[in-house]
Design a protein around this ligand. Sequence first.
Ligand code: GLN
Length: 380
Amino acid sequence: VAKRLEKFKTTIFTQMSMLAIKHGAINLGQGFPNFDGPDFVKEAAIQAINAGKNQYARGFGVPELNSAIAERFLKDSGLQVDPEKEVTVTSGCTEAIAATILGLINPGDEVILFAPFYDSYEATLSMAGANVKALTLRAPDFAVPLEELKAAVSKNTKAIMINTPHNPTGKMFTREELEFIATLCKDNDVLLFSDEVYDKLAFEADHISMASIPGMYERTVTMNSLGKTFSLTGWKIGWAIAPPHLTWGLRQAHSFLTFATCTPMQAAAAAALRAPDSYYEELKRDYGAKKAILLEGLKAAGFIVYPSSGTYFIMVDHTPFGFHNDIEFCEYLIREVGVAAIPPSVFYLNPEEGKNLVRFTFCKDEDTLRAAVERMKTKL
Ligand code: GLN
């Protein structure tokens, strides 16, 4: 394996899912729903395939999807963007992240992350030859350490990357935090990369896009996807919204990474994004019920449970059970209790910082969540 990827192992999501299968554990680890996406979206994909929409798509997205993304962004953030010049369709948000980083970051550029961070950020930054700095969001509220951040930003800083609602903690960046980060970006001429794939799973607060903070649109890449919102994580449809000068860079990387994204799924994605508001309300209502089951269950099982405002994840502290670290705890949980979760220490530059934590997902049907809770209450 190339040096730039030497330190990375098989992703923790794959590791835990494989172990879950091996031991027949209920998988509350990797974040994929165990129920299907909506029929009207699947139907739109079937129709597109039957209508012969099966050759390469336009590189930066099929026109109807670019337009649907721009319409959705206007509704959600109040920003009017040009679907042709400022929206790029990618193969999942993971590719949007890669295209953004590889298209806009030079070797030696410094990029600031907040730990715990999604694993692909660090790996892709490594592929780009960036220097990664990470500031830790600490329990119980995972607030942004404002003064530490201010001290960390320097003339070497090229970009700050955020994720709100935040995987794995469920934290949502507050307006004050976003404004503080925005001021630092503007004062130091720093770019902002914002992963907002859980924006429709905001339970305790309203989602705020960094791009909507005054003066930020021109330096921000906003990334999102279909997977979480439409329970279609396997479709891998994502996108990046950015002003033309940033879009140019990320489109260059996208052109040579994947060139274009699956054509019929893009047609279906356009139909999905035009869903009425009632779709989003129902999604949140369903997930609210699931969240309540898991939350109560984790408390009853004896974990220290941290508040989660958004995403379909809940972060807990496992120390009441007396294990040395998160990996050891999660292995025991799979083998002896029959439940899989994610040990988050790999989401830190210094794994020690995550060793007391465990992430659970509630993107499963209610019976599955109840069964998992029952196992933890009786066997932990
Ligand atoms: N985003 C998913 C999660 O956080 C995992 C995706 C993956 O397996 N790479 O659980």
